[in-house]
Design a protein around this ligand. Structure first.
Ligand SMILES: Cc1cc2nc3c(=O)[nH]c(=O)nc-3n(C[C@H](O)[C@H](O)[C@H](O)COP(=O)(O)OP(=O)(O)OC[C@H]3O[C@@H](n4cnc5c(N)ncnc54)[C@H](O)[C@@H]3O)c2cc1C
Length: 497
């Protein structure tokens, strides 16, 4: 029986643990924090249950596939609810557009904003569906160790038809002129960590996911997913050890032999590292075993960090729904301040998740649970004064757009920003979402999931393939587990079934 250690209990670590345990291996997950889930942890305070990270449950098939791989289904672990409307956007001056779940209503909405755009949306989503099938169900599952993996007609043809070499900005604008429609179509790629002009149009697959497949919510919160994965992994014998920070990877004869942690030394036949790649390489490995030097990381484009406020409000807020985007300011300017000349944004867009609109269990009765997020550049100087000044700014705008008094009813508030990402997750420059999905950081151009010097060291998570986001993290765990299994098979480790 092979002994495999996994660093990190985020989505990718838990997924990898389950796949490796299913093959009969002895799997131990070592997690530095007190709770599992990584960036998707949750905490409870004053009767409010806050999800700390992801809040958009898109691409339900990715979650279903994961649980199906173990003879289970998502409903064995949590109840999914489809949101309708999926989300709403505040454009300022009282204008709010709600995105209906129903396709007919969606087409009518587009048509009412810009004549002819209903038909265009149909074409756009059809192309998005094709890209989704190629991108999420084929390309995303490649370990991207060599371009040869992509050298077959179906994949190349798919990549070309998927507009890999055209920007999403240009692509969206070839369909829609109205700035509000452009904003609706460009917003999902903000998750990918770059300006729309630098993101391949392949990622209009995100529009298909958002507008056609729909937006879901696991009742009880996003933590229900990681709790379900934890349960599944533990049922297969995985040992998950929290408060256990790995501080050194020990290697001899081109192989990892063990890791040193805050709870002692753990020997292994293979190691799968899902903490932030930069941290694993630069802090835990001796220089001769690193895949990349410091200069490599300096040149990488990171996805944004963010400033988050977890807020408990002692009353209901009528104008909010579950997902609310505040696009009442200049999107270009905010993007420029994140990506081109990183600085604290002068007048940022922001997002408010209010899960208590859907789920009574996340706030005391009659109250609201708010998660307010402002995307910012990674690596910014982060102080409490700055955080508070942005709280004041966005709260004023929130009150104005909702035409409601909110701040006076806040009974709980926690701020979270760059320094917390570094402290809690060892995040490079305090990034929230990993590496940006630009063309030059796609597939083989991403940090490799295999270590070149140590044959039994593999990486997974949002800084390697396929990229940032929960569904990609699930896929990353699977691909990396497969690489580990291939390695163990080659070296004839026994108990692989
Ligand atoms: C605020 C926010 C909002 C987001 N919103 C969405 C969304 O709505 N939808 C979506 O799909 N995605 C969203 N994402 C992205 C998504 O959450 C991540 O891509 C995904 O959770 C990453 O999982 P992971 O396993 O790669 O990494 P992580 O979750 O970071 O897991 C890595 C784990 O490794 C641990 N670790 C690090 N170093 C060590 C060490 N030395 N020893 C032991 N353990 C260590 C960390 O503590 C952590 O638990 C969001 C992310 C953030 C931060």
């Amino acid at each position: 029986m092979s002994k495999i250690n996994i660093i990190g209990s985020g989505f990718s670590g838990l997924a990898a643990a389950a796949y490796l345990a299913k093959q009969g291996n002895t799997v131990t997950v070592l997690e530095k924090n007190a709770h599992i889930g990584g960036r998707a942890r949750a905490f409870e305070e004053n009767g409010f249950m806050f999800d700390m990270g992801p809040s958009w449950y898109w691409m339900p098939d990715a979650f279903e596939t994961f649980f199906n791989n173990f003879g289970k289904t998502t409903s064995d672990y949590y109840d999914l609810k489809k949101l309708d409307p999926g989300f709403q956007i505040f454009f300022g001056k009282g204008e709010v557009i709600q995105i209906p779940d129903n396709k007919e209503e969606l087409l009518e909405l587009f048509e009412s904003i810009e004549k002819g755009s209903g038909d265009k949306l149909t074409t756009f989503l059809k192309e998005g569906e094709f890209k989704y099938r190629v991108g999420m169900q084929k390309l995303a599952y490649k370990p991207a160790l060599s371009w040869l993996e992509f050298a077959n007609y179906e994949v190349i043809n798919g990549a070309i038809k998927s507009h890999m070499f055209r920007s999403i900005k240009n692509y969206v604008r070839s369909f829609f002129k109205d700035e509000r429609l452009v904003a609706i179509m460009e917003f999902p790629v903000l998750f990918l960590g770059a300006r729309p002009k630098n993101i391949p149009a392949l990622y209009s697959l995100m529009n298909y996911a958002a507008l056609e497949l729909g937006t879901f919510y696991p009742m009880g919160g996003m933590r229900k997913i990681t709790e379900g994965m934890q349960q599944l992994a533990m049922e297969m014998g995985v040992d998950i050890i929290t408060n256990c920070e790995v501080n050194k990877i020990n290697a001899t004869h081109k192989l990892v032999s063990s890791v040193n942690t805050s709870q002692g030394e753990f020997a292994c036949d293979a190691l799968l590292a899902t903490g932030d790649y930069h941290h694993i390489e630069q802090k835990l490995l001796d220089p001769e075993f690193r895949n990349y030097k410091t200069g490599y990381w300096d040149k990488k484009t990171l996805a944004p960090s963010c400033l988050i406020f977890y807020v408990g409000v002692s009353k209901k807020i009528k104008k909010l729904i579950h997902h609310n985007l505040f696009f009442d300011r200049d999107f270009e300017k905010h993007s420029f301040e994140i990506y081109d000349e990183p600085q604290w944004p002068s007048d940022p867009l922001f997002y408010v998740c209010c899960p208590s609109k859907t789920d009574e269990s996340v706030a005391p009765i009659g109250m609201e649970n708010l998660f307010i997020l402002i995307p910012i550049a990674p690596g910014l100087n982060d102080t409490n004064e700055l955080r508070e000044s942005y709280y004041t700014k966005v709260m004023e705008r929130l009150e104005k757009e909702c035409d409601d008094s909110i701040n006076a009813h806040v009974i709980y508030k926690k701020r979270y920003c760059v320094n917390d990402f570094v402290t809690d997750y060892n995040a490079f420059k305090g990034n929230a979402y990993g590496l940006a999905n630009t063309l030059s950081q796609t597939a083989v151009f991403k940090p490799s999931i295999r270590n070149k010097h140590l044959k039994n060291l593999f990486y997974a998570g949002q800084l390697t393939v396929p990229g940032p986001g929960v569904p990609p993290a699930l896929i990353s765990g699977k691909i990396s587990a497969q690489q580990t299994i291939n390695y163990l098979k080659k070296t004839n480790h026994e108990a692989l079934v």
